[in-house]
Design a protein around this ligand. Structure first.
Ligand code: NAD
Length: 503
């Protein structure tokens, strides 16, 4: 007899609800390869139900003074901390990242909530007294109304919090459409936000795929959409959302390079690279899947040190505290990564370590991919130009600093880049000249802290506003500027037909 499979639903109003859509999508346990639940794929009517709640709740939330809104953020922060273990296990069980890394995912989101606790300070406007005779000018930031976020599978806690932490603190109502591959943690976050004191309708979750995304993009009452995912979809979301008159920020894929200068501390580099290339099975938009040693000697020495480090990596189930990384998210993603490895071989790259066919005893059906290393990859190869998003490190040898600088600068993606060197001048030159949005100097994964902002360049981001920090506040608010005069009653005699100037 078939047992009923657990169902993951929307969070609309103040409760989980199955909604009206008939379609479902499987949610796997990547450790075993088995279906562990099914997520409801929502339709327009489900979005409309959420919109009704959001539109009702938002005006009074916006009118709630910012300190009170901040207190909800403080309470939410405490709740997340109290539920850290539960959330990390839930996240890991659907995503496949190891527990310590799942905690990091939650913690990096929480740091944006900490920033949002300071929202009263951040929302203070500007004021000029005496901008003209008897004239003052001031500005205020007001929330947009109801806004939405569409998020990828690879950070199911951090990326939603990047968005809704700021949006809600600014006085908006937020509708989240998480990835259908790991949809449970977003629902828990919405439950905890309600428990923290956010009114019903201020944070809701609608589950779904393209159908729900399109409904969000076309909905006339959704004023802004924040998207993070792959580049083709990001571009699509950007265009369709802007056509519908919305504000859109859409972050896309990545292919981050790590430049290794001849004077770099290679032991440190190898340690950093192993984590940045293979951590979370390479499923990070700030992973370092391309390493660029400068000069033949550096390449030989680096490869010599990298090999034992890669061979020493422990791939295990996501609850294995000793594992460096766990399975990838789905069988389809595993097949895609393995097909890229095959393509690399066919394109003529040297396959030094082959992670295909990796099998973990007792978990033979899990979605595991062993660590893979390619050497002598060239910029013409498709496997270099495209994002693989798996535990695959590609070495591209460069002759000089200028060669190395050109590679990430000319690559279609421009999310992050790192340079490893002891030479401050080279690092400074590199940071100033490289055509990439986020730069690490001896820092392999330069994800900026919450009070700075996150965003790549070129095909890694469409739109012009970054995530979180002040850029996030700008994205989720609109500026109103007031010019005021309180005449004392005496006529000023100016020519009202000429545009006023401050001359
Ligand atoms: P994805 O593009 O497949 O999915 C992202 C979201 O878009 C999901 O919510 C999904 O349901 C929705 N979606 C999928 N197909 C769609 C379609 N045809 N039309 C409309 N919506 C659709 O991305 P993913 O596989 O979940 O996440 C991995 C990708 O995200 C990688 O490319 C990674 O580099 C990128 N990413 C980027 C950043 C960044 O900040 N730049 C951060 C994390 C992940």
């Amino acid at each position: 007899m078939a047992t009923a499979v657990r169902e993951i639903s929307h969070f609309i109003g103040s409760a989980s609800t199955a909604g009206t859509g008939a379609r479902r999508s499987d949610v796997f346990d990547p450790n075993t390869g088995k279906v562990q639940a099914q997520v409801t794929l929502g339709v327009q009517a489900d979005l409309d139900a959420a919109m009704g709640n959001a539109l009702r709740a938002q005006p009074s939330w916006a009118a709630t003074n910012p300190q009170r809104r901040a207190r909800v953020m403080f309470a939410f922060k405490a709740l997340i901390e109290n539920h850290m273990d539960e959330l990390a296990h839930l996240l890991s069980s659907e995503h496949g990242k190891v527990i310590a890394d799942a905690k990091g995912d939650i913690q990096r989101g929480l740091e944006v909530i900490e920033f949002a606790c300071g929202i009263p300070h951040v929302l203070k406007g500007e004021y000029t007294q005496g901008a003209g005779p008897g004239i003052d000018v001031y500005s205020m930031r007001q929330p947009l109304g109801v806004v939405a976020g569409i998020t990828p599978f690879n950070f199911p806690a951090m990326i939603p919090m990047w968005m809704f932490g700021i949006a809600i603190a600014c006085g908006n109502a937020f509708i989240l459409k998480p990835s259908e591959r790991d949809p449970s943690v977003p629902v828990r976050l919405a439950e905890l936000m309600l428990e923290a004191g956010a009114p019903e309708g201020i944070l809701q979750v609608v589950q779904g795929d393209k159908e729900m995304v399109d409904a969000i993009l076309d909905h006339p009452e959704i004023k802004a959409v924040s998207f993070v995912g792959s580049s083709d979809i990001a571009h699509y979301v950007y265009r369709r959302g802007v056509d519908a008159g919305k504000r859109v920020q859409a972050m896309g894929g990545a292919k981050n390079h790590g430049i290794v200068m001849p004077d770099a501390d290679l032991d440190q580099v190898v340690n950093d690279l192993a984590g940045a290339a293979f951590g979370s099975a390479g499923e990070r938009c700030m992973a370092l899947p391309v390493v660029v040693p400068v000069g033949e000697k550096t390449a030989i020495a680096l490869r010599e040190k990298l090999l034992p480090a890669i061979q020493g990596l422990r791939v295990g189930v996501s609850t294995d505290a000793e594992a460096h990384y766990g399975p990838v998210v789905t069988a389809a993603h595993k097949a895609k990564i393995e097909s890229y490895i095959q393509m690399g071989v066919e394109e003529g790259a040297e396959l030094v370590v082959d992670g295909r066919g990796f099998s973990l005893q007792g978990h033979e059906d899990g979605f595991f991919v062993g660590p893979t290393l390619f050497d002598r990859v060239t910029p013409q190869m498709r496997t270099y130009q495209e994002e693989i998003f798996g535990p695959v490190l590609q070495m591209v040898r460069a002759d000089s600093f200028e060669d190395a600088l050109r590679l990430p600068s000319e690559h279609p993606y421009g999310n992050g880049v790192a340079i490893f060197t002891r030479n401050g001048h080279a690092a400074r030159e590199f940071a100033a000249r490289v055509n990439v949005g986020m730069v690490g100097i001896n820092v392999p994964i330069p994800v900026p802290v919450a009070y700075h902002t996150f965003g790549g360049w070129k095909r890694s981001a469409f739109g012009d506003t970054n995530q979180h920090g002040m850029e996030g506040v700008k994205f989720f608010t609109k500026v109103k500027t007031i010019t005021q005069r309180w005449p004392d009653g005496s006529p000023d005699g100016g020519n009202a037909f000429v545009i006023p100037t401050m001359g």
